[in-house]
Design a protein around this ligand. Sequence first.
Ligand SMILES: N[C@@H](CCC(=O)N[C@@H](CS)C(=O)NCC(=O)O)C(=O)O
Length: 341
Amino acid sequence: MASEVGLYWASGSVPSMAVLITLEEKGIDYTSKEVSFADLKSDEILKLNPRGQVPILSHGELLITESVAICLYLEKVFESKSLLPSDIGQQTVVVQRMLQAQTIGVGPTSICCVREEDGSENTDAVNQQKLAKEINNWEAYLSEGPFITGGDFTMADAVFFPVLAYLVWEGLELGGRYPKLEQYYNMVRERPSVKASWPTYWKSPSGKGPDRHDVRIVNLALVSNVDVVHECTEPPPVLPVLSFQKLEARARHECSEKWKAVNLIGIGVSPEGQKLFNAIHKTISETRWRDKDIVVLDDVVISPPYGLENCKGKEGQALAQVRKIVEKYIKEQQLPQTNSS
Ligand SMILES: N[C@@H](CCC(=O)N[C@@H](CS)C(=O)NCC(=O)O)C(=O)O
């Protein structure tokens, strides 16, 4: 088919990125039609997809929605470079992974919701656990690596990688916990197809959405000289309306988090005392300082010099648990330190 291929996509849309990667990997010529998230419900888009969603692929008279369907269509119609193995068994695994990758992320159909529909962060512990469990599955898929279904880059990677990149951008840390995924992320990120489809606002250090901008506040009292490098002839774009209610809630939340962090630091305590405090706090969050004493679960008090014999409290489960942690910590401190260099 010699008809023109056109792709309606949005920057930062994970399924759009999957299709862009597929087009780039297969070396298909296409017309790029970038749509802003704000325009997804415009008449033009609704005419093409009544759901008002991207990606939408046009090929001649044909309009296709749903990223997985688009990727499979491109594979069938453009034989340039195959992203599906020829073996039917292996092909099925690739399709399985494509569908599984789609269940991670945002919204009610996801197995774990990183962000709510209104864009607010979902910090719910249950969701975090579900996400960790799901990410473990993908770490395991890479045991045959280096790609999701083995030795070759397939459509499973085209669909899964944008999901992973999105999660990393949202703050998921791969280092240490998911070594294979970390290696995979660093390797795939360098592919030209991925570089070409990387959302612009993911490049910004603090951008958290297609319509959000980096704002830098400069203290003019400290500015001694200003050089004009470029004079703007057009007015700057209108900034989006800010929700002061949300900003205030965020500021309150950040302040309370900072206070919590500050309260974990003992004033005038020895470094050994602070280290023991940190070790206990890792297991029991209800650990606080009372002057130079460490108080755990409101029941157990550990006074300087913070030895096992300094753990005092009513005999019972809490005291036994704290003693166990302190004992383990002291033992670890006595072990010869391994040389990590
Ligand atoms: N299952 C669809 C999901 C498409 C989708 O949700 N696209 C988002 C952008 S990431 C969208 O257009 N959202 C606008 C809306 O749902 O109103 C696919 O894989 O193509």
